[in-house]
Design a protein around this ligand. Sequence first.
Ligand code: GRF
Length: 218
Amino acid sequence: MARVRTGVLISGRGSNLQALLDAAANPDFPAEIVCVISNRPGAGGLARAEAAGIAALTVDHKAFGTREAFENALHAELQNQGVELVCLAGFMRLLTPGFVNRWTGRMLNIHPSLLPSFKGVDTHQRALDAGVKLTGASVHFVSAEMDAGPIIGQAAIPVLPGDDADALAARVLGAEHQLYPECLRQVASGEARLEGGHVILAHAAAPQALLVNPPPRS
Ligand code: GRF
């Protein structure tokens, strides 16, 4: 079966990109990462792409007069590379509805919270301020409204006594690295599909464990 040609957009260190590259290194994985594009020159993730032998490109948003001009260049590059599916992985530019609509149902994002809670930036500090006892990460299809598109999958982790935003971010990041490749697998294989604004999973299996925080004492 042909693998789905996937482009990853990044702005920074690219640890989620790495998780996707590692998963896609298996020839049985239904998505192939064909290019990585950063809007920031020198982003750490570009070196990860190069190390994996994958096209590492920069489309510097600062080189364009308008958001639309930047996005047109991005779109042209994705088309040059024959990209069918886009994964945003720590891509820190807001995308206009014009761009998002060109990729409806074909663009994924990962956000470090259990959406719809804590959309936007400073998620971990806001989770701490709210006093939630579980938080996590969500992978969703991108819609015009930020962090609001149909959810494909989520991973939950406990908030522990003494956590600060950095400690929480690190624990959530570990969950992200497990979640994102699985969600990409689901979408690329066609097991996850959009129906009526929700994502339907063809083979949804119940997770092994119930996460209760604080854990009940036996
Ligand atoms: C991740 O926490 C991701 O959820 C958020 O930005 C961070 C990117 O980290 N959107 P990395 O570049 O993948 O290491």
